[in-house]
Design a protein around this ligand. Structure first.
Ligand code: ADE
Ligand code: ZN
Length: 340
């Protein structure tokens, strides 16, 4: 590994775009299937991994929702989240903000309480053991209706003290942010900060809708902003964070090759870009894998890698004292690396 990739791996960082259901590795999927006596549509781990050959977002989502079928109990969600946090700790993540999709589970009869309870039990343990702080973001599935989202928000009401924000994910084309303007207004009235996937496959106008109609604090993905100079200027001027997921974009054919990714161009434009893993079990890597791949494919500089780590902490929803402490950790790690 070259020295800049080594620095990237060492740096304390935050992950801000991570679907917990997307951390389900094939080995755990088979273990959970056995736990519940569920038949898997693939004969073994290798066959399942070989099926991770996607042509676009929808082809991935079909497999992702099928995979989630083995997640049934509080213990399953604990095991899933714990396995992710082992990777997070190894990658020097000091803070994580993770999405969960309640509708994927409650529709199958899994209790909201078990989903959130299992995820939070693992997060609280990682906070105690490894000092990883966290936020939990409840995400609505945009291919479902506004009424479904409102019903899910109602179901979530008893748990809102354990939910830190709201997101919007799933099939983007044909499901613009405007479809959820009223749902998000209600979430904001409840005091929940909001984010949305926009401009992954959808056009730059979806990013503008997310900003103007949903009033999001961050844009998840947002890479198609590169098609609009005016939008790029706005993102930079307003310092709106983008949670970019480079390996995801290649796996889902947003870019043919990582060397064609617009991440570096966005940084140069002054946009507040962060690097995240999205669905690491499906896309070939966790946060450090994404950093190393970008350092290699895009020839990121030392300054860019440090900026990306700092951006991840600054774009988080951390309270000021911890945010500043983590930024000081970045400075200390850089000093230590330079002295080597
Ligand atoms: N759900 C999980 N991963 C997603 C992605 N990359 N885009 C939209 N919805 C998702
Ligand atoms: Zn995502």
């Amino acid at each position: 590994m070259n020295r800049i990739a080594t620095l990237a791996c060492m740096l304390p960082k935050a992950e801000l775009h991570l679907h917990i259901e997307g951390t389900l590795e094939p080995e755990l999927a088979f273990r959970l299937a056995e736990r519940h006596g569920v038949a898997m549509p693939w004969p073994d781990v290798e066959a399942l991994r070989a099926a991770y050959d996607f042509s676009d977002l929808q082809s991935f989502l079909d497999l992702y929702y099928a995979g989630a079928n083995v997640l049934r109990t509080e213990e399953d969600f604990y095991d899933l989240t714990h396995a992710y946090l082992v990777h997070a700790h190894a990658d020097n993540l000091r803070h994580v903000e993770i999405f969960f999709d309640p509708q994927t589970h409650t529709e199958r009869g899994v209790a909201f309480e078990d989903v959130l309870g299992g995820i939070r039990r693992a997060l609280l343990e990682a906070e105690r053991e490894w000092g990883i702080s966290f936020k939990v973001i409840m995400s609505f599935l945009r291919h479902l209706s506004e009424a479904d989202a409102l019903a899910t928000l109602d179901e979530a009401r008893p748990y809102l003290h354990r939910i830190d924000g709201v997101g919007l994910d799933s099939s983007e084309m044909g499901h613009p942010p405007s479809k959820f303007a009223r749902v998000f207004a209600e979430c904001r009235e409840l005091g929940l900060p909001v984010v949305a996937h926009a401009g992954e496959e959808g056009p730059p106008e979806y990013i503008e809708e997310a900003l103007d109609l949903l009033r999001v604090k961050r844009i998840d993905h947002g890479v198609r902003a590169l098609e609009s100079d005016a939008l790029m200027d706005r993102l930079a001027a307003e310092q709106i964070p983008l949670t970019v997921c480079p390996l995801s974009n290649v796996k889902l054919k947003v870019y043919d090759d990582l060397s064609a990714h617009g991440l570096r161009k966005m940084l140069a434009h002054g946009v507040k870009v962060t690097i995240n893993s999205d669905d690491p079990a499906y896309f070939g890597g966790y946060v450090n894998d994404n950093f190393v791949a970008c350092v290699e494919a895009l020839a990121l500089t030392e300054e860019e890698v440090i900026k990306l780590a700092r951006n991840s902490i600054e774009a988080s929803w951390l309270e000021a004292a911890r945010r500043d402490a983590l930024l000081a950790e970045v400075d200390a790690t850089v000093a230590q690396w330079r002295a080597r």
